[in-house]
Design a binder for this molecule. Structure first.
Ligand SMILES: Cc1cc2nc3c(=O)[nH]c(=O)nc-3n(C[C@H](O)[C@H](O)[C@H](O)COP(=O)(O)O)c2cc1C
Length: 234
């Protein structure tokens, strides 16, 4: 007897999430991240939209770079200025949402959770690995504060370089110069309590699954429960 043709065969094309959802979404998230970062089909393959809550209670969002993933902790890391607008918003309300979209792979990762500041040692280590211009930039910019003109910003850059005792000739020569991390700049761990993986499907019959777990953070001490998962309609 011949097998009858599958009338909805087109929905089986393309990528799918595993039929049996894994206990944690993080190994698959990490594999997607590693692939995107390895293949670099876009220059900022680790771009992540980060949504915070403003003091007026309304949402705010901007892009930051997701610098690493810790599958064991169930967290991701980004770096920023602690005293800029998002820094203040995160101090007042550490509950955030984040989204990474990889258009070339037709994948999306949504995260909800809570941020905790990285340790000074973690921030120092990452800061030291940054390009010289970026390390200087962290000193120059009072992130999110007004400045009268671009020219004034560049004048400020010259002043800051002088205040840091950096020799202009050394700067021009391209020699590596030690620049300490500004105390107002560092990392955040975003610990997830909810994570959704999404892959595009034909005819908008996408494949989605959401994992949730208990997350409690008190005085930077993080405690979590086991993940539970469910598939979602697109
Ligand atoms: C591709 C891209 C990557 C960015 N990465 C970061 C980042 O890792 N950290 C950061 O503080 N700002 C980053 N920015 C700038 C932010 O989007 C934002 O302008 C800045 O952090 C100020 O936001 P705030 O005023 O809400 O604090 C990035 C912007 C783009 C477009």
């Amino acid at each position: 007897m011949s097998t009858p043709p599958n009338p909805i065969h087109f929905y089986d094309e393309g990528e799918r999430l595993p039929d049996i959802l894994p206990n944690s979404p993080f190994p698959l998230f990490q594999a997607w991240f590693d692939q995107a970062m390895g293949e670099r089909l876009t220059p900022n393959a680790n771009s992540m939209s980060l949504a915070t809550t403003h003091a007026d209670g309304h949402p705010d969002a901007r892009i930051v770079l997701c610098k690493s993933i810790d599958p064991d902790a169930g967290s991701v890391m980004f770096y920023t200025n602690y005293t800029g607008l998002k820094g203040h918003q995160l101090t007042n309300s550490p509950q955030v949402a984040a989204v990474i979209h990889w258009d070339h792979y037709e994948r999306q990762v949504r995260i909800r959770g809570q941020v905790v500041k990285a340790t000074p040692e973690q921030s120092d280590a990452y800061f030291a690995s940054r390009a010289l211009e970026s390390r200087l930039g962290a000193w120059i910019s009072d992130q999110s504060k007004p400045i009268e003109s671009r020219e004034a910003l560049l004048e400020k850059a010259v002043e800051v370089i002088d205040q840091l005792g950096i020799d202009a000739a050394d700067l021009m020569s391209g020699k590596d110069i030690h620049i300490p991390r500004p105390p107002h700049w560092g990392g955040y761990h975003l610990h997830a309590h909810t994570l959704e993986l999404w892959v595009a499907g034909t005819g908008r019959i996408h494949d989605r699954a959401r994992w949730t777990r208990a997350l409690q953070i008190e005085s930077d001490q993080v405690s979590v429960g086991d993940w539970s998962s469910t598939r979602l309609q697109p």
